[in-house]
Write a protein that binds this ligand. Sequence first.
Ligand code: NAD
Length: 406
Amino acid sequence: MAAFHYFKEHVQKAADLLGLSSEDRLRLETPDRVLKADLEVTLDSGEVATYPAYRVQFNNARGPYKGGIRFHPDADEDEVSALAAMMAIKCAVVDIPFGGAKGGVAVDPKKHSSSELESIARAYVRSFADHLGPDMDVPAPDVYTTSELMAVMLDEYETIVGKPSPAMITGKPLDKGGILGRDTATADGAIMVLHSLLADQHQDLSKLTSAVQGAGNAGAQAARLLVQGGAKVIALSDSHGTIANKLGLDIETILSIKEEKGSVQEATEEGDILPAEVLIGAPVDILVPAALEEQIHKDNVESVRAGIVLEIANGPVTPEADAYLAAQKVAVVPDVLANAGGVTVSYFEWLQNRSGETWTREQVEERLQKVMEDAYRDVADFALMRGVTLREAAYALAISRILEAK
Ligand code: NAD
C-alpha cells in the first residue's frame, strides 16, 4: 500500500533530522503485535462464510492502543499496519495519551444486510476481546463502520467481560456514551489549525478564497466553517464533478441539493459544473483535499496555485508532490496534524466515559481548540527552529515523544 511506503519515507526523514540509530528506526516501523483471525459468520441464507480480520497494535508507549476498525474488501495486514502506525504518530502529534492501532475486516459491506454486518462486528470482538479494553486497546469507527456498529461491538464486549465498559470503544451513539461534536471534530480541528497558521502568517481568513475537494463528512463541514470564517469557497467537488463560482459558493444550498440528488453537480444554478480533477488547480489561497489519498501527485502538482494546502484526507499529497510544494514555499499542513481533531474528540469520549461526566458541545469545542492550537504551536515552532516543513516537524516531534515514552 502506498500509504505505508509514504509513512516509512516520512519516518526516515524525521529519523535523519533527529539523528536516530538504525535500532530506533526499526522499532518505529515494527508493530508490537499483529493479531489475525478468520471470522465465521452465518449469513441470512443460512450459509456460513469466513472473513479475514486483523487488529494491528503498533505502539503503546504513550498509552492504550487507539484506532478504528474498517470493513473493506481491500483490508489486509499491510494496509492495517500502515494505518496503525499513522495513528501512533497522530496521537503523539496532538499529545494525547494513546498509542496507535487499527483494525480491519476484508469484507464488502455493500453486499451484506445490517444483521450480517452486526454478526461480523460481534465475531470481530469475540476474536480479539482478550486484547481489547479501556486500558489496553480502544477501537473506533472507520471506513464503512458506523456508530451503531460500535454500540454492537460494545454490547458483545460487555457480555464477554460481564460488566459495563463504555470506555472500551469510541464513536458510539450519544445514548450509549458517545460524545457531542464527534461527527464534526475532524473538520473543526482542521479549521482551528488553519486559523493558527493564518495568525502566524498575518493573514485574515475573510480576505481569502478556498477550494474543497470532497463533500462528505469532513469536506462538507470544512466548507461550512470556511464560509463561517468569512472566506469565499469558490470550488467544491465530489467524485462526480466540481462546482465553481468565483463570487463564492452558497455551500448550504449546494449541500442540501447534494443530499437530495446525490452530487454537487446537480446544483446547476449555483455555479459552473466542471470535471472533478480541475479542483486541484483552482485559483485559490487555500486548497483543502478532503476526499482520498494521492490526489496531488507529480502530474498535477504544478497546477496548484494555493499558498496553503490543508490535508484533511489521509495521505492526499504524494512525497514527490510534497517536495515540489515545499520548494515553492507552499505551506502544507500535514494530515497527522490537520485531521487529528477526530481522534482527539475520541479521547474526550473515553475520558467522559471513565469519569462518568457528560460534556457539553461547548466544552468539547473549547478543549479541542486548546489541543489543536497547542499541537500547531509545537509543530510550527519546531519547523521554524529547524528550518523544515510542517510535515517533517510533525513526524520528528511525534517520534521523539514516542521514543521518550519508550
Ligand atoms: P466521506 O466518504 O464522507 O466523503 C468522501 C467524499 O470524497 C465524498 O463526497 C466523495 O464523493 C468525494 N470524492 C471521492 N472521490 C473524489 C474525487 N476523485 N474528487 C473529488 N471528490 C471525491 O469521507 P470523510 O469521512 O469525509 O473522509 C474524507 C477523508 O478524510 C478520508 O481520506 C478520510 O480518511 C479522512 N479522514 C476523515 C476523518 C473523519 O472523521 N471523517 C478523520 C480522519 C481522516
